[in-house]
Design a protein around this ligand. Structure first.
Ligand code: M6R
Length: 615
């Protein structure tokens, strides 16, 4: 969480940093700050609130001709979101400035030690401790900033992506990373630093992604040198050509990124299977799977680790891999898995699912799995992300940047990748008949058209949203493949509209949640024709008998549920196993419209951040 931006070069830094912060605001948005350095010295402006508030507050320094600057958008960990706790933080001398994404876990003993040496602190943050530790090391050892940063970092425990600036060396910014992402955009006579490449995409397509435990002194007119923080050894910089383009990170006429991303799904699902799915030839080819197929075929089980929406995609994968490939699958919350001393052996294959590829718990879970000898396969969206690099092999989802905090296209593209994996393994194991295998391939190929058709439910979703926008609770029910979709539908509603919502397997309702049902309770039931239709119809009857309000997602042409439900949303037919790709669409739209009607900030819901890089 938190977004960091830095610039050093020949252009005016202020607009670059502010625009960069806006692009990184998805990472955290409870406070923001900027630092510039020009001939009149160091200028800092920071505020509680969003980058737009910072723009308002920093008007006085906006005209600075400074060509070096750093900015930060925060998701608070230590210290409430307020002006003082916002970054950048200055050292006691006022000469060093820092922006930081991460957590310094041992900040308390370090702070006590610094206080003993006469340091004072303005904020409650761990970051202010770090910058003063750097200052103390620099002074005590009488060394340059880079060396002082390195020595100080060797004393801290935690995670960080940092930029450090020293007024005595205004032609350089020292950067370092451990556990939080940091990209360096390399231009001609200029450098950009950011949590991801979006702040500098229009200036350069050359980027270096620092690895964990690496640091660099980004210095004007000098080649970039990357070093290992621990042993000072030099690392060859690997410059990557960026695949992202500007259009992908702008709203493109939509009111919100979330809506744009919902509507992108037909195209991005195609991007996900392009070159991998050859339905007519009966071939699924994914390099990461082909190169490691024996590992999967010999696996005693597949363990899936993930968080949030990615965990829901993992649940869908459990159903589909077990059904198609007959390999036992277990799905774990990464945050639980990493701390519960799980049994993992070299006969396990661990699939980590993560849109960002930076989720701290998922990253820690795969590190643990690797230590225990398991083969780790990453399913990530962000190319070059920590999880994708830490995995032995993997498959990207190719969904393009997902900026709305609520995951939408990440979910459907993850399911697409996982379905292809299940089908490829089924083919290798002979666990699906040839005709079923071909049928699924063909169905998957036309899923984007069906998703496009499901998007036509937008008006209906909006109409229903207007009726239930003031609800205080909501239940989502589904069975089989659509139980994870019920969980995902509930998560979407609660995270962007702040309505309490629960997802349940429809049959579990009678073991408790049915007590909640009265005439005020909207119950969203996912009831496509395939799957356990008759059973779900019985569950709908149970809700009806207790006067619950029923909103049913049904297959086009359904008559039975139409007669029972208060509202129906019709979606195109597909097989049970592929239905989550379709049934999830109206649920995304419903949450979106409810949130908009309630005046919520859809793309930046309160308290959340897009990638959760703290545990
Ligand atoms: O980047 P990841 O897929 O690892 O993120 C996992 C969750 O933090 C994420 O899915 C979160 O639950 C979203 N806000 C859901 O919309």
């Amino acid at each position: 969480m938190c977004g960091i931006v830095g610039y050093i070069g020949y252009r005016e830094a202020y607009p670059i940093v502010i625009k960069g912060l806006k692009r990184l605001e998805y990472r955290g948005y409870d406070s923001a700050g900027i630092m510039l350095y020009d001939e009149s010295g160091l200028k800092v402006s920071k505020t509680k609130g969003k980058v737009s508030d910072l723009e308002e507050k920093s008007k006085e320094i906006a005209s600075s001709k400074a060509t070096v600057g750093m900015g930060h958008t925060r998701w608070a960990t230590h210290g409430v979101p307020n002006d003082v706790n916002s970054h950048p933080h200055l050292s006691n001398s006022g000469k060093l400035a820092i922006i930081h994404n991460g957590i310094i876990e041992n900040y308390e003993p370090l702070k006590k030690e610094l206080i003993k040496r006469g340091y004072t602190f303005q904020s409650d943050t761990d970051t202010e401790v770090l910058i003063n530790l750097i200052e103390e090391v620099k002074k005590k050892e009488n060394i340059k900033l880079g060396k002082a940063v390195q020595i100080a970092l060797n004393q801290v425990v935690g995670a960080y992506a940092i930029c450090v600036f020293d007024v005595e060396k205004p032609d350089e910014i020292v950067v370092a990373r451990l556990g939080s992402p940091l990209a360096i955009g390399v231009g001609k006579d200029e450098f950009f630093i950011a949590s991801d490449a979006s702040p500098f995409i229009e200036y350069t397509s050359n980027a270096i992604y620092l690895e964990d435990e690496e640091m660099a002194i980004v210095r004007l007119h000098k080649a970039l040198k990357i070093r290992k923080i621990k042993d000072d050894s030099l690392v060859d910089p690997y410059i990557q050509e960026l695949q992202m383009n500007l259009e992908q990170i702008e709203k493109g006429g939509y009111d919100h990124f979330m809506l744009k991303e919902i509507y992108e799904q037909p195209n991005v699902i195609k991007d996900t299977y392009r070159g991998r799915l050859h339905a007519n030839e009966g071939i699924i080819q994914m390099a990461g799977i082909e190169d490691n197929i024996e590992k999967f075929l010999q696996a005693e089980r597949i363990l899936i680790v993930a968080c949030g929406t990615s965990w829901h995609a993992g649940l869908v994968a459990e159903y589909i891999i077990e059904e198609f490939a007959r390999i036992p699958v277990e799905v774990e919350y990464a945050s639980e898995f990493r701390y519960r001393n799980p049994i993992i052996t070299s006969k396990d294959v661990v699939i980590a699912i993560s849109q960002s590829g930076e989720t701290a718990d998922s990253l820690a879970a795969i590190k643990l799995a690797k230590e225990k000898g398991a083969f780790v396969f990453g399913v990530c969206n962000v190319v070059g992300s920590s999880i994708s690099r830490e995995s032995h092999a993997g498959a990207y989802t190719h969904a393009g940047p997902e900026i709305g905090v609520a995951s939408t296209k990440a979910f459907t593209t993850q399911i697409t990748v996982l379905t292809m994996i299940a089908l490829r393994l089924a083919k290798a194991k002979g666990t699906l008949s040839n005709s079923d295998y071909f049928r699924y391939l063909q169905e998957l190929e036309i899923i984007p058209e069906k998703v496009a058709e499901a998007l036509l439910t937008n008006d209906k979703a909006k109409e229903i949203a207007a009726i239930y926008k003031d609800a205080t609770n909501c239940l989502y029910l589904g069975r089989g493949y659509n139980f994870p979709v019920a969980l995902e539908g509930a998560l979407k509603l609660k995270e962007i509209s702040y309505i309490h919502a629960e997802g349940y397997p429809a049959a579990e309702m009678k073991h408790g949640p049915i007590a909640l049902i009265d005439e005020q309770m909207p119950v969203i039931v996912i009831a496509p024709k395939q799957g356990h239709y008759d059973k779900v119809v019985s569950n709908i009857q149970e809700i009806k008998s207790r006067s619950g309000k029923i909103i049913a997602i049904v297959t086009k042409g359904d008559t039975q549920v139409r007669g029972l439900a208060d509202h129906i949303i019709e979606i195109p037919e597909t097989s049970d196993a592929l239905s989550p790709l379709i049934t999830t669409i109206p649920l995304q739209l419903l949450s979106y419209h409810i949130a908009v009607m309630r005046g919520c900030n859809v793309d930046q819901p309160r308290n959340l951040a897009k990638s959760v890089t703290v545990e």
